[in-house]
Design a protein around this ligand. Structure first.
Ligand SMILES: [Zn+2]
Length: 632
């Protein structure tokens, strides 16, 4: 087979050999790229967990608890003996919920028992004053991967997926103590209630404009919207007092709340809650139920087999004790030398952004000054946190209990801790991601970036790779994350992470023109598994563009820079092979574009791409100069 030319398709040219060799494991939707690193970390840490458990030499009490949980999950015999009973006992609380009054009375208990609720109350960072917490309220999520599946044009897809769900739910309900008639009724009502919700809750595209989720209202006003639910009582039960203000994340849903949750729909809600509670419990019950519970997601993501027991046990245990596990991983596998080197790259990128912003043509001078202030005060979290938060001291459990009850107890500790935070200041030292996670993020509410140790590995980063390779890998990803400080969401938050319109109308207008151009670059591109929604993924595409612009400028000042190495490694980090079902699912739920586009689209906007590979008009990765966009 003839090799694909780099000028036509950078992604395939660089990754073809790797892709040919990659086999997607039965229990995963993808292979390659991030997944390789994630699998390696997982394997390594499973080895660590087993060694610790065997020697009983735990580095600290948190790892000891994590290993104990790991062991409890692996104890299939005990789980078989406990059966479905713990979940049925838990959901029996619904029998006490007979009307609006008793619903209000039991709201807190229902929440602690993880019974799905018609509205979810949580404690969040106050987006207008990020040093403080606030009460936030939102609607539930739907059965389908996204509410947008309910749109008429997706009817066929919806029916197919709902069909899969129905079969799975049927099989699970057959294991409960419901009569066959009730099983039918509960299923039908669950689907009915879900369809009502789907019309009103936000789609992922709507959630992606997160500033729009900030709608402060007097709690008395919200109380009148959710009547006859006794909202004031619920708030008092949760917080011990009546908070004055509530942030309503989904105004459309709450405006129509009385159509969703009322006397007439009450029993329908309860059946919906019962069915979803039981399905959500499956992960912590018998192996048969754990398997059944995974079929729905696996089918829509194209995953053949369920996660093997040991991996699964590790995933749950390391997720529950994520900070201590991440700290252990970071301290052991991520060196000080690498931390120093990578921090240097970060500040080089921040400084380059400062000069680029000074010279850019979108923002006015006063706004540029504020943008530069935002960069100067940006927090940088590299590797792993230096301490574990207090909550981990509270995450203890009785090993003799059923896994289901243990998970419920641990979850309750987390929920109560989060509710108790309402009157405490926010903690800027809290990490959004643990050290062993292969990912990175920008947190607009704190104005900081987080790069866990696990992503600071080849091909993203290595002390052994050339500077050009590191810039095309982790450098561009760092530049990507930082640019989120200035995307459509970041532009609405100031250097403290507070919602504060620091852009002028003119800034916004010029920025919008660029946003629209970027939407156009991607919108409607046909891939074998579906069409791209340019608007949905625009923020991430802008970020990729920014990451490339800033690192290419650093390249121009780097001695012995190799653009071939830069672009090659850029393509390597995005190498992935995925099941078509999964690709299709991502088009609807992932704000990031497909990897082949993330690789091939950004370079076409920069002269270095054309110069390095002599790209001509007749090549597929050519873009006319007047269509090229550079944002930052
Ligand atoms: Zn991003």
């Amino acid at each position: 087979m003839e090799k694909v030319r780099i000028q036509d398709d950078l992604f395939t040219h660089v990754n073809q050999e790797a892709l040919d060799k990659l086999v997607i494991p039965d229990d995963k939707p993808t292979a390659g790229g991030f997944q390789v690193l994630a699998d390696d970390v997982e394997k390594l840490m499973i080895g660590e967990f087993n060694a610790m458990s065997k020697s009983k030499a735990y580095p600290n009490v948190y790892l000891e608890n994590a290993c104990k949980l790991f062991k409890v999950i692996k104890n299939v015999k005990k789980r078989e003996k406990d059966g479905i009973t713990p979940a049925l006992k838990n959901v029996a609380i619904l029998n006490k919920v007979t009307d609006m009054k008793s619903f209000s009375k039991h709201y807190k208990t229902l929440k602690l028992k993880r019974i799905p609720l018609p509205f979810i109350i949580s404690v969040d960072t106050d987006m207008k004053d990020s040093k403080k917490h606030c009460v936030a309220i939102q609607g539930p999520s739907v059965i389908l991967p996204d509410a947008s599946y309910y749109k008429p044009e997706r009817a066929q897809q919806k029916d197919m997926i709902l069909g899969v769900w129905t079969n799975v739910a049927k099989a699970i309900l057959a294991k409960t103590d419901l009569s066959p008639e009730d099983q039918e009724l509960f299923l039908a009502d669950t689907i009915k209630f879900d369809a009502i919700l789907a019309n009103l809750v936000k789609t992922r595209e709507e959630w992606s404009e997160y500033v729009k989720a900030y709608n402060p209202m007097k709690s008395t006003k919200v109380a009148s919207m959710v009547k006859p639910v006794n909202f004031k009582k619920i708030l008092k039960d949760l917080f011990g007092f009546l908070p004055e203000t509530v942030i309503v994340a989904e105004p459309r849903y709450f405006k129509a709340f009385k159509e969703v949750f009322n006397e007439e729909n009450f029993e329908i809600y309860k059946r919906w809650a019962y069915v979803n509670a039981i399905i959500n419990s499956c992960s912590y019950l018998t192996e048969e139920l754990r398997d059944l519970g995974s079929v729905y997601y696996r089918t829509i993501a194209g995953i053949k087999a369920n996660t093997p027991l040991e991996k699964y046990a590790y995933q749950i245990a390391s997720g529950m004790y994520s900070e201590p596990v991440g700290l252990y991983y970071g301290e052991k596998y991520f060196g000080e030398e690498a931390k120093k080197d990578i921090t240097e790259i970060v500040y080089q990128i921040i400084d380059t952004y400062k000069s680029r912003i000074q010279n850019n043509d979108i923002l006015e001078q006063a706004t540029k000054d504020k943008a530069i202030l935002k960069l100067s005060t940006m927090g940088v979290k590299m590797g792993y946190p230096d301490k574990v938060r207090k909550i981990y001291d509270l995450l203890v459990f009785n090993e003799k209990k059923s896994l289901f009850d243990i998970m419920l107890t641990l979850n309750q500790v987390r929920v109560l801790d989060s509710l108790a935070k309402l009157n405490e200041p926010t903690d800027p030292t809290k990490w959004q991601m643990p050290g062993h996670m292969v990912n990175a993020c920008y947190d607009p509410s704190v104005n900081d970036i987080t790069f866990p140790a696990a992503i600071l590995q080849p091909p993203f980063y290595s002390l052994k790779q050339s500077r050009s390779e590191n810039l095309g890998g982790i450098g561009a990803v760092i530049g990507h994350e930082i640019s989120h400080a200035f995307d459509s969401n970041g532009a609405k938050c100031d250097e403290h992470g507070n919602i504060n319109n620091w852009w002028t109308k003119g800034d916004e207008k010029r920025f919008k023109t660029k946003v629209n151009a970027m939407v156009k670059q991607f919108d409607g591109i046909e891939l074998p598994w579906g069409k791209v929604n340019g608007k949905f993924i625009v923020s991430e595409n802008m970020a990729d563009n920014g990451g490339m612009a800033v690192t290419l400028e650093i390249m121009s000042k780097t001695p012995n820079a190799s653009y071939v190495e830069y672009f090659t490694n850029w393509a390597k980090v995005w190498c992935v092979k995925a099941k078509p079902e999964y690709q299709q699912l991502l088009l609807s739920i992932d704000v990031h574009g497909p990897n082949i586009l993330r690789t091939n689209m950004p370079p076409r906007n920069f002269p270095e791409w054309y110069e390095t590979f002599n790209v001509k008009k007749t090549d597929k990765m050519y873009l006319a100069p007047n269509k090229r966009i550079v944002i930052w």
